[in-house]
Design a protein around this ligand. Sequence first.
Ligand SMILES: *[C@@H]1O[C@H](CO)[C@@H](O)[C@H](O)[C@H]1NC(C)=O
Ligand SMILES: *[C@@H]1O[C@H](CO)[C@@H](O)[C@H](O)[C@H]1NC(C)=O
Ligand SMILES: *[C@@H]1O[C@H](CO)[C@@H](O)[C@H](O)[C@H]1NC(C)=O
Ligand SMILES: *[C@@H]1O[C@H](CO)[C@@H](O)[C@H](O)[C@H]1NC(C)=O
Ligand SMILES: *[C@@H]1O[C@H](CO)[C@@H](O)[C@H](O)[C@H]1NC(C)=O
Ligand SMILES: *[C@@H]1O[C@H](CO)[C@@H](O)[C@H](O)[C@H]1NC(C)=O
Length: 357
Amino acid sequence: MSLSVTSLVLLMVCGTQASHFLGTVMTYYPKDTFADGSVTVTLRYKLNFHDCTSDTTWSCLSGDCGTRTYTLYVVKQESSRDWCQREGIMTRQISSNAPFDLWLNSGNWISNINGIVSWRAVTRVELRNRSDTSKANTSPQTTILPAVRVPSNCQRNFSLLMFDPDGDKVKCRYGNSSLSECNPCTPPSVLSLSSSSCTLSFSPTSSSNEGSYVVQLVMEDFPRQTITLTKTDGTQTTITTNDAISKIPIQFALKVDPAVPSCTEGLFLPKFLPPTPANRAQLYNNVNQTLEINITAEALNSTVSELLYSGPYNLINSPSGPGQFTLRWTPSESEGGQSLPICFVVQAVSGSVSCFI
Ligand SMILES: *[C@@H]1O[C@H](CO)[C@@H](O)[C@H](O)[C@H]1NC(C)=O
Ligand SMILES: *[C@@H]1O[C@H](CO)[C@@H](O)[C@H](O)[C@H]1NC(C)=O
Ligand SMILES: *[C@@H]1O[C@H](CO)[C@@H](O)[C@H](O)[C@H]1NC(C)=O
Ligand SMILES: *[C@@H]1O[C@H](CO)[C@@H](O)[C@H](O)[C@H]1NC(C)=O
Ligand SMILES: *[C@@H]1O[C@H](CO)[C@@H](O)[C@H](O)[C@H]1NC(C)=O
Ligand SMILES: *[C@@H]1O[C@H](CO)[C@@H](O)[C@H](O)[C@H]1NC(C)=O
């Protein structure tokens, strides 16, 4: 699944900054159900900071969140050190399949125009047995780069990557401070959100609106019919198509850059050429088998320099020539049967984004 974005990248030198968070995404897959009614779940999350060492911890906001083990890996560090994205893989063991909420709640975002101060994000994990699938729910799957760029004079639609392994209807909304989903939750004035398609639209704006904005979205999955959720002890709850089953945060920075002479892709802003996978492409691969993704981009009036990407931490990038890159990914045994999202953007003086699963 994917998104189509083009943006100009300014190579900025970042000084030492006390404010340094650049967002997060969290998704989950149920793992095992045991005879005693206890369950395990695998949560994958991205943590984005200026550096690759800052840390923050998911803690329990409500319900019984059980016990956890986790490991953090670096996904990608941007070459000018504007950002570093890491992926955490966390396993939680809970004594029952009752829902619970995890949250991040700590220090400061990068400085931004919409006045967001602290980082805060909530994930609702729902693992009760669904009547329509006869298994526990899986969250929507998505990812995003820590920073998405757009020149102030270009119209752009950012269709966020969204895929639901259960086939649920996925919707996006801005976080709500009454639900502790952000602190504060003021959306960027320069974007408008279409919630049913999870698309953010940016319209050309004046140079006075250039700078960084914080985007704090919540992605939710809704059943396509009324269903019941059954707890280990037999208690049942009915939910309708208007009730979200789970929710995940998708938070990142939008950087509105100075105007470019042309918004046409392939001139100042790069354009992807074949065999780059199409937007929203779904690629299938087997455990232990290496998936090879060839990416080619060109920009007549600038130079393609770097491939930026977000995806599983074991994604490997090898540049293979001017404007040519190869991403390789070999799913491990534990990743078998899962759909994992990947996004990439080429950067020169500019960028073009494609995401897929
Ligand atoms: C969910 O319920 C169905 C029907 O009662 C049952 O067959 C299935 O084993 C249950 N799944 C889990 C993961 O408990
Ligand atoms: C963005 O979406 C709007 C509304 O669907 C459409 O009119 C416009 O052409 C799109 N712009 C781009 C650059 O795709
Ligand atoms: C935020 O959540 C509260 C509590 O559920 C709700 O009453 C309110 O309408 C929500 N606000 C928005 C803007 O959706
Ligand atoms: C994948 O490789 C691991 C380690 O070499 C091996 O134990 C496992 O059986 C392999 N799985 C498949 C499905 O090939
Ligand atoms: C990717 O490019 C390399 C080098 O040009 C080529 O050998 C390989 O077959 C390509 N892979 C795919 C999947 O297209
Ligand atoms: C962009 O590059 C093309 C091809 O090299 C050239 O003809 C054109 O003048 C350049 N445009 C600008 C604005 O530099």
